[in-house]
Design a protein. Sequence first.
Lengths: 580, 198, 92
Amino acid sequence: MSQVAAVEQHGHGELSFWRRYIFSVDHKVIGKQYLTLGLLMALVGGASAYVIRWQLAWPETPIPLTSWVPEPSMYEGQLDPNFYNQLVTMHGTIMVFFVAMPILLGGLGNFLLPIMVGADDMAFPRLNMMSFWTICTAAVVLISSFFVPGGAASAGWTGYPPLSDNPTYTGVYWGINLWLIALALEFSSFLMGGVNFLTTAINMRAPGLSFFRLPLMVWMQLTAAVLFMLSVGPLIGGAVMLLLDRTIGTTFFLPGGGGDPLLWQHLFWFFGHPEVYVVLLPGVGAVLEVLPVFARKPIFGYRTIIYSTIISGVLSFVVWAHHMFIAGIDPRLATPFSITTILISVPFAVMVFAMIVTLWGGSLTFPTPMLFALGFLVTFLVGGVTGIFNGSAAVDIYIHGTYFVVAHFHYTLFPTVFFGGFAGIYFWYPKMFGRMMNETLGKVHFWLTAISFNLVFIPMFLLGIGGHMRRIYNPMQYEFLRPLAPVNQFITVAAVILLLSQLPFIVNFFASMWWGKEAAANPWRANTLEWTAPSPPPHGNFETAPTVYRGPYEYSAPGAENDWLPQDRPIPAAAAAVRG
Amino acid sequence: MTSASMAAARTTDVMTGRVPSGKLGIWWFLASEIMTFGGLLASFVLCRFKAGGWEEQAAHVSTGIAAFNTLLLVTSSLTIVRAHAAAERGEREKAAKFLLYTVVLGLSFLSVKAYEYSGEIAHGFIPSAGLFWSFYYGLTGLHALHVFAGIVANFALYVAAHRVAVWPKVQQRVEYAGLYWHFVDIVWIFLFPLVYLS
Amino acid sequence: MTAESHHPSYLTIWIWLVMLLLVGLVVFLLPIGKAMAIFLIFAVAAVKAFLVARYYMHLKSETVLVLAIAGLPVLLLIGMALTLVPDIVFNH
């Protein structure tokens, strides 16, 4: 049926352009809005990475394409050190809070969760809309901080006091205040989202859809929501304290006034560590949805994966001080936190193992979503393994604050957000936009990205072992880093290629919306409920609420007429009689 | 099928949980609020232990005024739970009356707080006067903001309770507003002794 | 959401809360050791919070899910606070 008819059927009458596309309460529209925000902010984050990388490779030379940036940030293409710190800070902040979370949770999560549970929308559609406009406001506040006197926040995405606490130390006054406000708004946005996700999944599942028949993507979104809800509180408190320190003269984190800088670090990382799993789990969820479809095999260890996810969620709350091993914490904390950190690698290893075994003996095909899913597996493995080095306090003493850490977290975050995220985008694009993306462009995008990504970040481990510190403006100032200059240059060239490799995706994403082949309801022959709805689904998602009869991964079931079996296909009468 | 009956079919088809969505949503929100205030309170307690008690700074807060404020807030919890009970029984006007009492008590709390702040500031006990004062203003200020938000919500419900057309929705929401208000009360129940009685 | 027939009246709970408030003030004014005073005062606060949660927020009759949502953060906080003691309280 046409979009307009579907909308009218729901008793809303004909909605204006503003109510349908801008101030919509439909979770699918809101999901696409989040996706758009995330992809746009990725351009900003990527641009800052470009400038950072160029500066590291050829310090204090003019950076191409930047002559338009005014003083005092850049002097005819030459980077000011303070602006460098701002770019480093904003790169991290934007990528974690305004790219990763909007794409994976706000975008994929919002779009998929109600449909995957068979509901017609979220439990609180207007709250959903408010959550998007809150994060939009947050993004505007954050970007505006570039244009205030003193520039944007420059104390790292971790914002440690006293550097971040006293404006005279960074030279930034409004920038960091706006940064704190933007973060507070972003946290509010995802708190609203978390309430929606959890309530929807608990209360609005279709008949027959028990928790252990839910797609793993839903489990991942729910776990991420719980982790976020329970971890962000202390940091909100800490952010209030930092803002008060900066504005009304309190001294929560200033030793001169009796405060403790270490308190901020504890509050930040108590949230910060669960946060990285908030980002990781939905990416893993996307991969877990893609793999069985293109292996035509059930996911291996469905319940094991769920239990591993829950265990890793619980453990994520007791590992945070591994970010603080050399911060001056009580040495007696080092060993317990090393132990918990190494323990947490176990559930993730189990998940990766399950994903690999899912492929074993499957009828594999390799369209673009599958390529990105496989790319995730390979690269995330590197990230996970290198986490063990960081997690052992003795080793961390040497590599903390070096490029080893930078390489490690890019080998976890990039696979999650970009390999997992792209796998999800390519996979669900037909459902979202009713068109197929171009396969050739997709494959070009994948191979260029995968190869250049590894060329950027593998050498970084070597830089780190060589003692190259992070967040420094000019490595050549240090005698012992001069021999590493060629490595930095190699990385930068690869980084430029990595950034350019996203062009095929940008072209593909937009061109396919108008000129892509029209998509059927279920182009990938998959089982979960979203594939039973039209592409794109109308307002209300389903004509009648589906009833679920089985789990989501019944591929190549013995005796079935097809190699796929949708969750809502009724059990034939004869078989039902046999089951009794 | 008309759109109304389609919608009805939908909501009865789905597996409705045993906890109404609004209540579940509020509780998840409260969980995050527990973490926020709890984090701040824990930081206060820990810093206070380290500093040796801040007795000299803390001597200048007025325990009497704060005890009175505690009485106000605790009573407002009583009035809002009475509002909820009345709403459950369908007694629209009684519920509205108790909502109004709650709003008045909440506003009184804030007025007392404002009076307290002005006295302290006049004596030079401003946020930068010491770490105790930093926490004092941070904790009570954030709490006061939450009280204000609750007053707004309760007042909105009070106004809505006079419109018979929206009464069924208001009936449900009195409970959720009450849960939030009780939480704000519980925060103060811990704040009061930790700040004023230690 | 049915009203239980056998719960103490809301007014009774209020009376308890006010009495506990007075107990707290008395403890504050008593000439007992500081550590003991703090422990008692905090215990009184905990009982008051428990009363509000159990009877005003109706946790007494709520499902396990709601109890978990309310209880987990409290446990987490206690864990976090205890872990921070070596660093924040005893750090030089």
